[in-house]
Ligand binder design. Structure first.
Ligand code: C2E
Ligand code: MG
Ligand code: MG
Ligand code: MG
Length: 290
């Protein structure tokens, strides 16, 4: 009935659908046009490397600047992209945007940062993914060692041999692989042994639940990861207490609102510039001392 000609949005909204259903219906339709209308944007969240005491990489997080609904977060539209088969195109667009951004920062003379990109399961296992990534990276002339692809535990468990093959081919290109939201899926720790991944990102639920059990699990993951030569990033650090606790537990990297929220590219640039200045100041002071 909704497809009936001449039925405008107002009528559709008043035809008995609740707001949530209405919104989803509209978003499903609009997502097809979002790419050509340039409505997607990427924000970048700094990741802090504990040992170096500075940001050395950022996570790319897509947003949709919808003309009527305002800023829409990926938690809402990525599932719609998967349902409607748009995820492949959107994923490609994100990687392309990230590569262009990397080059823009390079052109401005900023020391390169690594950029991590999220992949949904469907997207990671898409049949031409490997070739498509190769061609984007080649066209945009990005050093692939500055790229990181994040996949989730559920992706790891979905089609094990295909995932393993994909991980290996991306790693052969020089791209880092991380497991995102680690601990929320139903895989066992022994999965880590099976997959040659570089980084484990512990899900924010572990740091935000201050229980002894959660802290013990984080410690166990950090210990195991170091034996497997993997780095550990703890996500979702919001308070000073959590920040200090994670540093004390010797995780490799910390990501969360406490260090920085995801930022539009220009703000990220300013954040980075401030860090670089701070570093320059420190170096200058050290020179004075000798
Ligand atoms: P994620 O990959 O686990 O990304 C981290 C999410 O946690 C982001 O939400 C980020 O804004 C949020 N976050 C960061 N620090 C904190 C903190 O201290 N506290 C809290 N409460 N949250 C924090 P966001 O940007 O809404 O993204 C949600 C999810 O959408 C991502 O989770 C990722 O799975 C997915 N996503 C984002 N961008 C893309 C994309 O380009 N492609 C695909 N396939 N998925 C994406
Ligand atoms: Mg992620
Ligand atoms: Mg995560
Ligand atoms: Mg995630």
């Amino acid at each position: 009935q909704a497809k009936r000609e001449g039925m405008d949005n107002y009528q559709l909204y008043h035809s008995g659908l609740n707001l949530q259903t209405y919104r989803k219906f509209m978003l499903q339709n609009d997502l097809r046009k979002a790419l050509e209308r340039n409505e997607l944007i990427v924000h970048y969240q700094p990741r802090y490397v504990v040992q170096e005491k500075q940001m050395m990489s950022v996570e790319a997080l897509v947003r949709w600047n919808h003309p009527d609904w305002g800023l829409i977060y990926p938690g809402e539209f990525i599932p719609i992209a998967e349902e409607t088969g748009m995820i492949g195109q959107i994923g490609k667009w994100v990687v392309e945007a990230v590569c262009k951004q990397w080059n823009e920062w390079k052109g401005k003379g900023l020391p390169p940062v690594r950029i991590s990109v999220n992949f949904s399961g469907q997207q990671f296992l898409h049949k031409n993914m490997e070739e498509e990534m190769k061609s984007i990276i080649k066209k945009q002339e990005v050093d692939p060692t500055y790229l990181e692809f994040e996949i989730t535990e559920s992706t790891l468990m979905s089609n094990q041999s295909a995932v393993l093959k994909m991980i290996n081919s991306f790693r052969n290109m020089g791209i880092k692989i991380s497991i995102d939201d680690f601990g929320t899926g139903y895989s066992s720790l022994s999965y880590l042994r099976k997959y040659p991944v570089d980084i484990i990102k512990i899900d924010k639920s572990f740091v935000q639940d201050h229980s002894d059990e959660s802290r013990a699990l984080i410690t166990a993951i950090i210990t195991l990861a170091s034996q497997l030569k993997m780095k550990v990033v703890v996500e979702g650090v919001e308070t000073n207490e959590q920040w200090e606790a994670m540093k004390a537990m010797k995780c490799d990297e910390i990501q969360g609102y406490y260090f920085s929220r995801p930022l539009p590219s220009l703000e990220l640039e300013q954040f980075y510039a401030r860090q670089l200045e701070g570093e320059n100041i420190r170096k200058a002071e050290m020179q004075k001392e000798v």
